[in-house]
Design a protein around this ligand. Structure first.
Ligand code: ZN
Length: 161
């Protein structure tokens, strides 16, 4: 069965950044990743590379930032009053925290901790990076009608509801 829209795909992957450093791997977890193909559940560049593959296929693909987590936006670096963080004083540069913004909660990376203000970066940590995925497709099945209408996978590894 080839990967196409309305297929549920399970796969193992190892992700490296453009310095060749391993960032994450599903192989450290018991279960592979699972997603509904054609529903934008995974980054566009990886979804495209999956097209037509079958269970057992192994491949490597490098995805440019535009097809991954986007380019870095320097405007996403902001100075925020420390009081917005509550326990701001104990923050450390490099730490990842959730900040309540007018657009809702947003994960940011702390850049600099000052006495009254904290500089944060709201870019995705992988923005601006070319990502190399080493992939092994482990299973491909038809999605149920319910999964297709919800736009995600149900059951183990998917959404339970
Ligand atoms: Zn659902």
């Amino acid at each position: 069965m080839n990967i196409d829209n309305k297929k549920v795909v399970s796969f193992h992957y190892t992700l490296k950044n453009d310095q060749g450093e391993e960032i994450e791997s599903s192989r450290e977890q018991e279960n592979p990743m699972i997603y509904l193909h054609g529903a934008g559940n995974i980054i566009p560049g990886l979804e495209k590379a999956m097209e037509g593959k079958v269970a057992g296929d192994k491949f490597e693909v490098t995805v440019e930032p535009a097809e991954a987590y986007g380019e870095r936006n320097e405007g996403a670096i902001q100075r925020v009053p420390a009081k917005h963080f509550g326990e701001g004083r104990r923050l450390k540069p490099g730490q990842s925290v959730v900040l309540n913004t007018q657009q809702g909660p947003r994960r940011v990376t702390v850049l600099k901790v000052g006495r009254f203000n904290i500089d944060v970066d709201a870019n995705h940590p992988l923005a601006g990076q070319s990502l190399t995925f080493n992939v092994e497709v482990t299973d491909v099945r038809d999605a149920t009608e319910e999964e297709v209408s919800h736009g995600h996978v149900h059951g183990p590894g998917g959404v339970e509801h």
